[in-house]
Design a protein around this ligand. Structure first.
Ligand SMILES: NC(=O)c1ccc[n+]([C@@H]2O[C@H](COP(=O)([O-])OP(=O)(O)OC[C@H]3O[C@@H](n4cnc5c(N)ncnc54)[C@H](O)[C@@H]3O)[C@@H](O)[C@H]2O)c1
Length: 422
């Protein structure tokens, strides 16, 4: 089978390589010409994606996978077209669909008779049917007669996409009659894992937003519990451990907000749909307020922040992955500076230019600060001598070994955890 994957970024590339590794001919289509060239040389542009380097080398060398900027020409040779172009939110909090629209319009020029188009990008409910399927109707082609459309969200964790592709079911829902069945059959064949076919594309779209909103709200609950724990001087981590020992409780970990382009984004997609969204909005507000809350707690411990030297370690949105979309490290920077602190940033996975792009002045040393905040606990930070870094270490994700920090002689402050006494 010939397959086109339109958008070969963090998600599209490992998906495309995996399909090629199963023996299919795959075309990776992207507007980024330098990315296309690198991929065609067999170079892996995402080194922190487990297993991708070796897989890519093999499928490029075998001729089963190639990348191109000629989307319409590649699509013209394919039975199935997957779309993995990213959708973000604009400044007003609405889905910014312009890149996906452009991709659909370009692919629509090439669709061959009977082609199946599957949108993998997370979308507001109704987008596939109302906005995307019509954009594929180029040159007199008609949905349901000349081509078919389904929606199937990617439910993958960056860094382990290849493993996750078969770990839990692929969810699919069709737009036109029979498209859902065809999409389900396609995924069963290429990935060999479970497929959950829902009644419609809208149901599949809502299921993905449900996952994201659930996690965002769950974290918001954990964050509120952390604030209650602070009032009473108790440790929220033991509270959550106790609550979760009951099989129906799955409370997540409190922290300084939620980053990445999934969990903080999808509740906003829900909020712009036609249904109720009071809870999603509330969860967003609670999580967005966490950087300011934690910075205030640190300020109380050191008697105000004016002129204090603060180091923020780990600026990516998550440990051990070099991705900075909607990272809360930037919110921490803003909140510390607002209170008069002098902030430096460091990330073991980013260049100094990458650190600057986020608005940070890069740290030239990791020692001698008044406060250090570990935002993303990259494995490179495991060997730091905390006493030299700062007398107060703020654990933004409750991810550090508190006793190791205290044994080194620094104070510890977690989210919803009593600080070490002075
Ligand atoms: N990254 C994740 O962890 C994750 C997890 C689950 C789901 N998803 C979903 O996957 C989507 C894609 O995410 P990503 O991280 O791969 O994004 P990405 O930005 O890494 O990749 C998108 C790619 O699309 C390309 N592109 C843009 N416009 C194009 C066009 N008109 N034609 C062809 N290519 C075009 C870009 O050049 C880029 O290479 C997300 O919006 C999300 O809905 C992502």
């Amino acid at each position: 089978m010939n397959v086109a994957v339109v958008g070969i970024g963090r998600i599209g590339l490992p998906v495309a390589a995996t399909i090629a590794s199963k023996g299919h001919r795959v075309f990776g289509c992207d507007v980024n010409a330098s990315l296309v060239e690198r991929v065609n040389r067999g170079e892996n542009p995402i080194p922190d994606e487990a297993g991708l380097g070796a897989m890519l080398k093999e499928v490029v060398a075998s001729g089963r996978f190639s990348a191109t900027t000629g989307t319409a020409e590649a699509v013209a040779q394919c039975d199935v077209v997957l779309f993995a172009v990213r959708v973000d939110v604009d400044d007003a909090g609405r889905a910014d669909l312009q890149y996906l629209f452009a991709a659909a319009e370009e692919a629509g020029k090439g669709l061959k008779p009977g082609a199946l188009c599957i949108f993998d990008t997370t979308l507001p409910v109704g987008t596939t049917r109302r906005e995307l399927a019509p954009r594929l109707e180029v040159g007199g082609r008609k949905l349901g007669r000349d081509f078919h459309v389904a929606f199937s969200p990617e439910r993958l964790l960056m860094g382990r996409v290849i493993e996750d592709l078969t770990k839990y079911p692929k969810v699919v829902g069709g737009v036109d009659s029979g498209a859902g069945e065809r999409a389900a059959a396609f995924y069963r064949e290429v990935f060999g894992g479970d497929v959950l076919q829902l009644q419609s594309a809208e149901a599949a779209e809502l299921s993905k937003l449900a996952e994201g909103a659930y996690r965002d709200l769950n974290i918001a609950l954990a964050n509120e519990l952390a604030m209650v724990a602070d009032i009473h001087g108790i440790d929220v981590t033991e509270v959550i451990r106790a609550a979760n020992s009951q099989p129906y409780s799955h409370i997540h970990v409190p922290g300084t907000g939620v980053g990445g382009h999934c969990i903080p984004v999808y509740p906003r997609f829900l909020m712009q749909g036609e249904g109720p969204s009071a809870l999603s909005a509330l969860g967003r507000d609670v999580n967005d307020a966490m950087p300011g809350y934690v910075v205030d707690r640190a300020a109380e411990l050191v008697g105000g922040l004016t002129g204090k030297r603060v180091l923020i370690l780990g600026l990516t949105f998550r440990p051990d992955v070099a991705v900075t979309f909607h990272t809360n490290a930037v919110d921490l920077l803003r909140e510390f500076e607002r209170r008069g602190a002098v902030v430096r940033g460091h990330d073991a996975l980013l260049s100094t230019d990458g650190v600057r792009e986020l608005g940070f002045e890069p740290a030239d040393t990791l020692e001698g600060f008044d406060i250090a905040v570990v935002h993303s606990n990259h494995r490179q930070y495991a060997t730091l001598d905390w006493a030299k870094v700062a007398p107060l270490i703020v654990d933004a994700r409750n991810a550090l070994d508190r006793s190791a920090i205290e044994a080194a002689g620094s104070r510890y402050l977690g989210v919803g955890r009593p600080a070490t006494s002075a």
